[in-house]
Design a protein around this ligand. Structure first.
Ligand code: FAD
Length: 464
């Protein structure tokens, strides 16, 4: 059997170079590389890859256009289903989605669908973005709460259908986690803003610095004349370990650490006026994308040693494989099957040591992953002077607390129908992390698409 051609690698900054800067690590395909990679695609008569795409991109068709060097047609095909392709091409966990179903993956490397999506999106940004003409106005008015991927998707889908859409964002800038969480070296903020601009060009109106639940409640939005409301307020409240010593100076939540670094640009202090104090030995607690981003940011901010402390094993790390590899290449040290049990400070209240316990894996738990069990008597101490806690986030409860009749779960997420994303209240829809808990950009966008479809039907019925 003939050997399959391997995937075309994407150029990256070397680890030695990139740990000294916040520039993007992965540099994207050239036209030649993109065509070469696209030509590996078998154009299956019954493509399986599309099954793994939560927003149903016609993957075979867009890759087909790349094969023919029709890059403008390729990006049009992608944008029929996805208004944020330069973002998704960079951060989607493709290995668990579209690429997982690629038949080439059975015997070799799956097609690099994400890299090709990124290539056509960047090609368009370079050559000028085309905006589709919208359909006739419906007269429908929609309020979208939160300008993360879920809210931006709902907004772009509904303006394209002719509705009047206004987005209310609590922060001074749109993009949600894409702006305040994911670092510049993985997702440049200029790319996020270019895609936010696209949604605005489509016709959505953006109001920043508006906290719904404080400035206006959901019911006040209906009094103001909106026909329907979408809540896409994410899960931005950090979870803590609740361990002795956790209040010592030098211990950050990943939220604070990453917001200071990315949104407030602490890595360019004093040019930007928010500083961040990073010591020489940093321990990051957690094993997801947030932990990898925190660890890699700490290295770039000058730490000599950075540990990832994770209570399960390598197989169970929830972060994207590519990001685990990048972290390892950069010198992040993984302390797997370890869990912190407390922190020890000096006389000035700064953290100096962390006590950890070894763990072993037992039977699978509710999440399907093997349960970590502490090994009695195996505690030991490691020296640290900065700790970043990256063990997950929950939704901010402000909207839930100010909206009578909005059903929520015991984790503070909003209950919504899986297909329509309708909440317990008529005309109120919700999606993204505020419903699912922390998940992915593309799953937030998928929920946004389903909500937009249902909201359109709801508004059109109301207007009959
Ligand atoms: P968010 O992106 O959180 O957006 C919600 C928006 O609502 C925010 O802008 C917020 O300010 C605003 N808001 C909140 N409350 C209010 C209010 N009351 N009024 C008005 N506005 C409000 N996913 C991936 O697919 N790949 C990755 O590589 C990846 N890496 C990640 C790295 C980090 C550090 C983090 C934190 C997450 C990462 N994720 C990743 C997860 C992904 O970013 C989220 O699942 C996704 O952003 C959820 O989108 P959302 O629109 O639901 O919420």
């Amino acid at each position: 059997m003939a050997a399959l051609k391997p995937e075309v690698e994407m150029p990256k900054q070397t680890p030695e170079e990139r740990i000294h800067n916040f520039e993007e690590v992965a540099q994207g395909y050239t036209e030649e590389m993109a065509v070469e990679e696209a030509l590996r695609c078998l154009s299956c008569p019954n493509p399986q890859c599309i099954k793994g795409c939560p927003v149903d991109i016609d993957i075979k068709a867009f890759i087909g256009h790349i094969k023919e060097k029709e890059f403008d047609e390729a990006i049009k095909k992608v944008k029929e289903k996805n208004s944020l392709p330069a973002i998704c091409g960079r951060v989607c966990p493709q290995e668990n989605q579209c690429q997982k179903f690629c038949v080439l993956g059975i015997r070799g490397d799956a097609i690099s669908i994400g890299r090709l999506e990124r290539f056509v999106a960047d090609w368009e940004l370079e050559h000028g973005v085309e905006t589709p003409t919208n359909t006739d106005p419906t007269g429908g008015r929609v309020a979208v709460v939160g300008a993360g991927p879920a809210g931006l998707t709902v907004a772009s889908e509904l303006v394209k259908l002719g509705h009047n859409v206004e987005i209310f964002e609590a922060l001074h800038t749109a993009g949600g986690v894409l702006m305040y969480g994911i670092p510049q070296f993985r997702l440049p903020k200029e790319i996020v803003q270019a895609e936010v601009d696209y949604v605005k060009k489509l016709g959505a109106e953006l109001h920043t610095d508006v906290m719904i639940g404080k400035l206006h409640t959901i019911s006040e939005l209906f009094v103001d004349g909106y026909d329907a409301v979408f809540i896409g307020s994410g899960a931005g409240l950090p979870r803590f370990l609740r361990l002795p010593g956790e209040n010592l100076k030098g211990i950050y939540s990943a939220n604070e650490f990453l917001i200071r670094t990315n949104l407030m640009k602490a890595y360019r202090f004093p040019e930007y006026d928010t500083p961040i104090d990073v010591g020489k030995i940093v321990a990051v607690i957690g094993g997801g994308n947030v932990a990898m981003d925190s660890a890699r940011s700490a290295l770039r901010l000058g730490a000599n040693k950075v540990y990832i402390v994770y209570r399960r094993g390598r197989e169970e790390l929830p972060a994207r494989h590519e990001e685990v590899e990048n972290a390892e290449e950069e010198g992040v040290e993984f302390r797997l099957l370890r869990n912190p049990v407390g922190f020890i400070g000096d006389e000035h209240g700064y953290v100096r040591q962390m006590e950890v316990i070894r763990m072993e894996l037992g039977e699978p738990d509710d999440s399907g992953r093997r349960r970590p069990i502490p090994v009695e008597g195996s505690e030991y101490k490691i020296d640290v002077d900065t700790v970043v806690v990256a063990i997950g986030q929950t939704p901010n409860p402000i909207i839930q607390r100010t909206t009578d009749g909005l059903e929520t779960t015991r984790w503070g997420t909003i209950v919504a129908d899986e297909e329509t994303m309708q909440t317990s209240l008529e005309g109120v829809y919700a999606g993204g992390d505020v419903v699912s808990g922390t998940a992915t950009v593309i799953s937030a966008m998928g929920a946004g698409k389903r909500a937009a479809k249902a909201m359109h039907e709801y508004i059109m019925n109301k207007k009959k």
